[in-house]
Design a protein around this ligand. Structure first.
Ligand code: GDP
Length: 472
């Protein structure tokens, strides 16, 4: 990665490391110091943008034990398809859990919280499944305290049940088993518990430590008992937060709403979020214009473990992005800008070789001067004609460079050349042979084939204007 940033050979970077007395392999991570020294060898100044951002965020004062008070648990529901995850979430959402509350929660906002008994709340992430859970985790979010693993009692432990268990275990998140569909005549909860025991997952009835509850998500039977067990687990975990500070937490989902602009559901995990606060969420920022709870009611403040929908961000952050309130509006703004810059650069760098789609984007960034093309055709006449037309597309900003042209199939050596010189291969009435195709996949070299000269010229032109629609 460092080699490609500097546009030098990987082996040169490795030998530079060796000359500094550091033995490394190609895929080894280098620490910041080494990167600075190596970059310097090649005449570059290393700047650590991401680290700067994290540092700025880390600078924010830490909570002391005295600042903390108990907070509600945040729960994710996982399990095999059709075992009843959605039914359980729906039942809890619609149930009139707190006495006196009129009606349930009708809209989906990605998360909701319910009051199980006076003063005891549970927040649920309303996107079931371990895929969403793990995608969030991959973005660095730790937003689940407890996982409910739903297993249908008329079925058995299934592949996705096992996956869900492994994902929860990998995240170090305690599990509670909800053995579902016990209203069904074929239900056999004991069989499920036996299977769990065989996997070394001993539930309490079986003398183990893991809580489990037989339920029917459909009728709601024993769902209250399940929620009690969640509260019990939460007590053991001693979940705490500091409500008296600027808010931070995780983005659960975000979208663009026609009338309201960007709408984001976030989970406050520490501090209290207030209308008017200035926040940085992923690479977006903005002032919280309005906040709504899961029932669509306006709220002015949201404390720890509270999901809220906020209006006012300048874009839609990604689920799993963290957010944080900044006192200084300019700081949030500049961090957001630097983050999006970094993201843009990273997408470009992970692209191994140039494609026509990429060209427009790079031109827009102003760091692209030369478009290298390798041209193969079926007859000399068409190759000449295409070469002329393509070269004429050159502008002041970008030069079209025909690296190689020839008559015949696209071969391995064309692909190797393209790979080495970051070129795109254009075939006119010819196709790549098998080895060339395999190699182009491996080297991520783009091959485009045409049978109409005009189409080829047009695609290159549109790419240069940044208008090419991505190839399917
Ligand atoms: P998911 O794929 O895990 O989200 O499963 P769903 O919640 O969509 O449920 C799958 C099917 O099982 C649906 O037809 C539900 O009505 C049914 N189902 C869910 N829970 C129960 C239950 O407790 N009892 C019965 N009889 N059916 C249930």
């Amino acid at each position: 990665e460092l080699a490609s940033f500097m546009d030098v050979n990987v082996m040169d970077v490795i030998s530079a490391c060796m000359s500094l007395g550091i033995m490394v392999t190609m895929n080894q991570r280098l620490d910041a110091n080494t990167i600075e020294l190596v970059a310097d060898e090649f005449g570059f100044d290393a700047e650590f943008i991401d680290a700067d951002i994290e540092e700025a965020i880390d600078d924010i004062e830490k909570d002391t034990e005295a600042d903390l008070s108990p907070r509600a648990p945040i729960v994710t529901v996982m399990g095999h398809v059709d075992h009843g995850k959605t039914s359980l979430l729906d039942y809890i959402r619609k149930a009139n859990v707190i006495a006196g509350e009129s009606g349930g929660i009708t809209q989906h906002i990605g998360a909701y919280s319910v009051e199980v008994e006076k003063g005891k709340k549970i927040a649920f992430l309303d996107t079931p499944g371990h895929e969403a859970f793990t995608a969030m985790r991959a973005r660095g979010a730790k937003v689940t305290d407890i996982a409910i693993i739903v297993i249908a009692a008329d079925d058995q432990i299934m592949p996705q049940t096992e996956e869900a268990i492994s994902h929860a275990q990998a995240a170090g998140v305690p599990m509670i088993f909800a053995i579902n569909k016990i209203d069904k005549p074929a239900a056999n909860p004991e069989k499920v518990k036996d299977q769990l025991a065989q996997k070394n997952l001993l539930v309490e009835d079986w003398g183990g430590k893991i809580q489990s509850q037989d339920i029917s998500a459909k009728s709601g039977l024993n769902v209250d008992e399940l929620l009690e067990k969640v509260l019990l687990e939460a007590e053991i975990l001693e979940l705490k937060a500091n409500a008296n500070r600027e808010a931070s937490g995780t983005v659960i989902e975000a979208s663009l709403d026609k009338g309201r602009g960007y709408v984001s559901t976030i989970m406050v995990q520490n501090g209290t979020l207030r209308v008017g606060d200035y926040i940085l969420a992923g690479s977006n920022h903005g002032k919280v214009r309005a906040m709504l709870d899961e029932r669509g009611r306006q709220v002015k403040a949201a404390g720890p473990s509270t999901p809220v929908t906020i209006l006012g961000l300048d874009g839609a952050p990604t689920a799993g992005d963290t957010f944080r309130v900044f006192e200084d509006e300019r700081e949030a703004k500049s961090l957001a800008t630097r983050r999006s810059q970094l993201q843009r650069e990273q997408t470009i760098r992970t692209q191994k070789h140039i494609t026509l789609d990429e060209i427009g984007r790079r031109i827009a960034l102003g760091d692209f001067q030369e478009l290298n093309i390798i041209l193969k055709g079926d007859v000399d006449g068409s190759v000449e004609a295409l070469t002329d037309s393509l070269q004429k597309l050159s502008t002041e900003e970008i030069h079209v460079n025909i690296l190689h042209r020839g008559v015949g199939q696209i071969t391995e050596s064309d692909v190797l050349l393209a790979s080495a010189s970051d070129a795109v291969i254009i075939g006119f009435n010819v196709r790549p042979n098998g080895t060339a195709r395999d190699l182009s996949d491996k080297e991520e070299v783009e091959i485009r084939t045409y049978s109409i000269i005009y189409d080829a010229i047009n695609d290159v032109k549109e790419a240069m204007e940044g208008m090419l629609s991505p190839e399917l």
